[in-house]
Design a protein around this ligand. Sequence first.
Ligand code: CU
Length: 292
Amino acid sequence: MRSKNTIIALVVAIVLAILSYVVLAFVGLSGARGDGMPADGLSGFYLQASATPVMDDLVSVYNLVTYIIAGIVAFVLGLMAFIMIRFREKANPVPSKTSHHVGLEVAWTIIPVLILLVIAVPSMNLLYKQDVIKDTEVTVKAIGNTWNWSYIYPDHENVEEIISNPLDETQSKAQGKPYLLATDAALVVPVDTNVKVLVTSVNNMHAWTVPSFGIKMDAVPGIINETWFRATREGTFYGQCSEICGIKHYYMPIEVKVVSKAEYAKWIANDGAFTSSVAENNLSSVPSAAQK
Ligand SMILES: [Cu+2]
């Protein structure tokens, strides 16, 4: 017979692991979130703050599933504890010979089906919402290169291709920006506008991902994939290449600057350069056409 202590230690370890998961999940649900970039500490346990309707839905589906998981975990844990105490050898010397219970079997078939349905409905809705490209007002093309992203505005030929290279550690520190996320030239898009992103690659597979927009789209050579987002607030949102693409996979961050519609119009009219008044307005890191 295996020693009782080993079994008790094992049970305690499992219970602690499950409890700490549930506690962390709920701390995450209620905690502060990274805004446009990952956060340190416990806040980093949760998703980044949403900036699009798709991400809003994604967060609510995630929360729903987390609550359901927590409920199931608590229920199973309670059941196991009850069985271990109530039916232990000492308290229950004559084992029951029950092998069937119709009611119970119907219940443990139907209840999980209902739970799956509750998850499936919002989850399918979200899937279609992510997939369907709404009437888009702005189109940008994101191209994965080795090793950076570049952006083209197909509707505005006056805007030169934006080559987005990461800032090195010193530059990031000097500008107070997150290293390995900040770039020297961000993608610029207007707020409250449906933006279609055409994603492709030059030579190997990458993925264009912005967590706070809830989008992740593969960049495949020879194929143009489409995704869309509608940023509901202005700001800078970071992402990273999310397909292990090679030696500098870590070194191709994504930076999206969401500006007001007026600023965007000015930026386009100005051949993809911020005018000096806007540049002073905390957007100075985007190089003007003259600097290129
Ligand atoms: Cu890549």
